[in-house]
Design a protein around this ligand. Structure first.
Ligand SMILES: C[S@@+](CC[C@H](N)C(=O)[O-])C[C@H]1O[C@@H](n2cnc3c(N)ncnc32)[C@H](O)[C@@H]1O
Length: 250
């Protein structure tokens, strides 16, 4: 990993090779639409140009909604089904799996890494799921504009580890991220965290309750409806151990 605190807003578009490298380069907020990895296949470019606009909720980015007016999340889907959130869906396998498994809910996925978004769009076509929306950017930008209690569940699967101690403050499980998440989740809503990094789970177990959650489960056994993600497979190949925690919004 690089050790850069540079803002992505300046200079030419960064070429990065992984989401971790992308996150090392940026403080997130300014890099909407700028994070690209290695060259995309023609089919993936077509998914982005043909499918993304109709799946992306309006009024989320700072460009589109500089006043940060709240949006009506039910208007995204045109129905009043419960809405779940997946933060950092990577290649989208868990997100599409959950949409297919729970057709009675709607799920919004957030992911700034545009190659991951393209992979997700391919999976959406293949699975034919329609109860999905995609914010191709930082989850905080979405949380900013959601009304209180808009979400019924949230997933944080294998978040960027930020292994260096001085970078732990950049992790998603900090109050900067967790307080907005708690505001957007309805009382009683579930928040799931999966990670292979022991210090990450330790931080989650400490910080998530401080933001207004109760721990309801923790251990090495995944949820019954879990599907293993790309990053979990990588962790297993490299000998790391998955750890899962479930919290409930108070
Ligand atoms: C280690 S990857 C894991 C991807 C996937 N969840 C999996 O398990 O395979 C973490 C992902 O979180 C995304 N991410 C990091 N911070 C984010 C944020 N603030 N909002 C949305 N996504 C974020 C990164 O771009 C990256 O794709």
């Amino acid at each position: 990993m690089q050790d850069s605190d540079s803002q992505a807003g300046a200079g030419p578009e960064p070429e990065v090779t992984s989401p971790e490298a992308a996150s090392e380069r940026s403080e997130w907020r300014n890099f909407y639409g700028r994070i690209r990895g290695k060259t995309m296949r023609q089919s993936q470019k077509a998914y982005l140009s043909e499918d993304l606009a109709s799946l992306a909720p309006r009024g989320v980015t700072r460009e589109e909604n500089p006043g940060r007016e709240l949006i009506d999340p039910q208007a995204i889907f045109g129905n009043d089904a419960p809405i779940w959130l997946e933060v950092g869906f990577g290649g989208g396998e868990h997100l599409v799996h959950m949409c297919a498994r729970y057709p009675e809910v709607n799920i919004i996925g957030c992911e700034p890494f545009i190659n991951g978004v393209a992979m997700l769009l391919g999976k959406i076509r293949a699975a034919g799921v329609t109860n999905i929306a995609v914010h191709p950017g930082d989850a905080r930008d979405l949380m900013d504009v959601l009304p209180d209690g808009a979400l019924a569940k949230a997933f944080l699967n294998y978040p960027d580890p930020w292994p260096k101690r001085r970078h732990h403050r950049r992790r998603f499980v900090t109050q900067d991220h967790l307080v907005p998440l708690a505001r957007c989740l309805a009382p009683g809503a579930e928040f799931r965290v999966a990670t292979d990094i022991p210090s990450y789970m330790a931080q989650a177990l400490r910080e998530v309750p401080r933001a207004g959650f109760a721990l309801t489960g923790h251990g090495g056994e995944a949820w019954g409806d879990w599907i293993s993600t790309r990053y979990e497979q990588k962790a297993l190949r490299e000998g790391r151990v998955p750890d899962y925690a479930t919290f409930r919004r108070l």
